[in-house]
Design a protein around this ligand. Structure first.
Ligand code: GUN
Length: 295
């Protein structure tokens, strides 16, 4: 039997449509401020797409393009000004920052109520304590896709492979919020294969190409692959292609549902950022949260 492919690209497009619809019903227009430092080509593409989709969903976008040699104090001042700007609902500082800047210090300056990336210690604390707050985007996308495939996740067992601050740890807390029984597996986990084989949901977020094998997957399980790894093409010398952290084609034969790479979790990150911008605006301005944004 072959697994159902979970189409993250289509889900993300539908979510953006729902966000656009929700924005038209709000008493005002949410605003996202994006801060880009330097000339990193990948970051420029991400920021361009974030701005494009912000505008497409009917929200306002403010962009700060800053030189690579900006001082930390100057950057912090810009973040503080955005915190104090009542027009701004969400603040996103694109990562990575140039090496001379302390990412942690800059991120910590962001007002948690505008932290649409969900990266500040306050946002992480709210998540771990089960308090309302802005949740990290990629892990939220993982939960949405798992729910799309399985429906109610209550009581299901979920193994998150990888314990990164950006994905693994918050993903585990988000699946716990859905009443899953969670495990976090990592490089020191004993019997990793068996641990994975017990799970109804596997979230692969280790950054190792095709590490999770078909034999690690319980028949019928839902597999969410967060990995984006560029590797040499096996048949085309000199060419590369993208693979996830799951050995996708063999895994299709065991899993019940699985996200592809690309086109799975990836497109969900920006859609969840836009959703967070609406949620931040509602929280800060005391508006009702549009019902069509729940999942
Ligand atoms: N760089 C790559 N992905 C992300 C992201 O989701 N947020 C931020 N701020 N920077 C990134």
């Amino acid at each position: 039997m072959s697994a159902t492919k979970i189409d993250g690209k289509a889900y993300a497009a539908g979510l953006r449509d729902r966000i656009g619809e929700a924005v038209t019903q709000l008493p005002g227009q949410p605003t996202l401020a994006v801060v880009l430092v330097g000339e990193d080509p990948a970051s420029k593409v991400y920021v361009k797409n974030k701005i494009k989709f912000t505008l497409e969903t009917g929200m306002r976008s403010i962009e700060h393009k800053l030189p690579a040699d900006i001082s930390e104090d100057e950057l912090v001042k810009i973040v503080r000004d955005l915190n104090n700007d009542n027009e701004v609902d969400g603040i996103l500082v694109q990562l990575p920052l140039p090496k001379h800047l302390n990412e942690n210090r800059v991120i910590e300056e962001i007002d948690a109520n505008k932290d649409v990336d969900g990266l500040t210690e306050t946002s992480a604390g709210r998540l771990s304590l089960g308090k309302p707050g802005l949740r990290p985007c990629t892990p939220t996308g993982c939960v949405m896709l798992a729910k799309d495939a399985l429906g109610d996740l209550s009581g299901k067992s979920c193994v998150v492979v990888g314990r990164s601050i950006l994905v693994g740890k918050p993903a585990a807390f988000l699946f716990l919020e859905q009443n899953c029984t969670i495990s976090i597996a990592h490089s020191r986990t004993q019997n990793l294969e068996e641990v994975c084989r017990e799970a109804d949901i596997i979230v692969a977020a280790v950054g190792r190409p095709q590490m999770v094998k078909a034999e690690w997957i319980k028949p019928g399980a839902c597999v969410i692959d967060v990995g984006i790894n560029r590797v040499p093409h096996p048949e085309k010398p000199g060419k590369t292609y993208l693979v996830g952290d799951v050995d996708y084609h063999p895994a299709m034969e065991t899993a019940g549902s699985i996200t592809p790479v690309p086109g799975g979790v990836g497109p969900m990150t920006i859609a969840c950022l836009l959703r967070n911008t609406v949620l931040a605006a509602c929280m800060r301005r005391g508006w009702d949260v549009p019902e069509n944004l729940s999942f």
